[in-house]
Every structure is written in structure tokens, then in C-alpha cells.
Design a binder for this molecule. Sequence first.
Ligand SMILES: [Mg+2]
Length: 244
Amino acid sequence: MPSSAFRLILFDIDGTLISTGGRAGRALLRALRDTYGIYPQVDGYSFAGKTDPQIVRELLTASGVPTATIEEHRDTALARYLTYLETELPPGSAQVLPGVRTVLAALVATPGVHLGLLTGNIAPGAALKLRAAGLDAVFGFGAFGSDAEDRNLLVPIARERARHATGLEFADADTVVVGDAEADIHCARAGRARAVAVATGWTPRQVLVALKPDAVLDSLAAPDALAAILGDGHPLQAPYSSRL
Ligand SMILES: [Mg+2]
């Protein structure tokens, strides 16, 4: 039941727009080692779709660090993470995933479409990663792991930032979350947004399909990517999708 010519499209970063090839994870683990004196065991741990504060808490809890200790030093650890991240990710070092530049360019050129971020990255980490990919000029607002540890709280925050930036109120059916992980689909549902899953991260396509998002794409290079993101009823959907 899409309703208007306006869309708020909220993009996840890691596994959806870019890959840092494990550099960001290494930066975080070094920061935890410096701050808490342990290098957490990550075998079998999934970073997919999680917020940075959640990853810190989960890894350290699994390593036996008391919750109060984790929380007391978490801001320090995340500040150190940013220092390492800046070193690990010089401009041009992040891989932009297939189809991303084309889809973003088409969306930016589509009247009524407004792009934002919805990511578990803390805001300065998101900025560093996008800069490393040359995508830092695309997004003017977003909701971040630094806004809430629980990703399911981020759609309303993103909508409020979008309202502030654009002066528009975006209806549920006109809000879209694009992401590569189960948590992206869950947070879209929690925020009453449409969910478009893209299988370019660590989560297998069949796992995404099983959660019944509104669309599942092999990558953003799929021929139907733009149509899936804009959804039925967008007046510019057909001309733009046929142009790609
Ligand atoms: Mg992701």
C-alpha cells in the first residue's frame, strides 16, 4: 500500500554498500584489547546487523567482563576504535559493492527520493567508512549505533532526522530499509518500514528469504534493484528501472 511520490530510503553500510575486508573488525578488537586488556574470542560470533555498542557488550560479556566494567569504559573503547579505524581505512580503501554507485546515482536523481543511513556503526565510524569508499557526499542524515544500542529503535530516529532535514513526514509505506542482515529486516518491521534485503553480506540469501522481507536482491546490481527499493506505486519507478 505505497502511497505517494515520496520515499525515505535508509541504507545499512557494511555488507550493503561497502566491505572493509575485516579492517573495521580488527580496529575494534585492538581498541578492546587496549581498553579492557583482553582480545575477545570471535570464532563463531556474528557481527552482522549489530550495533557497535552491542558488539562491544556481547564480545566482552562472553569473555567474562562484568557489565558495569564494560559500560564504564565503552566510550573510551569506541574512541580508540575510531583512531584505529582512521588508520586502517584511508580514502579509497573500502570496497564499494556491486551496483551500489549506479543505484545511489539513480536514487539521488529521482525527485521525491530522500536518502539516509540506518546503521549499527557509531556516527563517526560511519563517516570514516563512507569516506573510505568515496560515498561520503551521498547521505545527509541517518540513525546510528551511537543513537541506540538496540537497532530496532533506529527507524523512528531516522524518520525524525529526515523530517528535520527535509520538512517532510514519511508514511510507513514510503519508508524503506535496505540491508544485508536479519537484523535489518527486524528493525524495518519494528519501525513499520518496508524491508529490502540484499545478499551481499555474510547472511545467506535463503536466511533472508525465510524472514519474508518485501524484496530480496542478490546484489544492488540486480536489474530489479531500483524497482524493488522504490516499491509499487512510485511514479518514477518504471522509467528509471527501464533505464538501468
Ligand atoms: Mg550490514
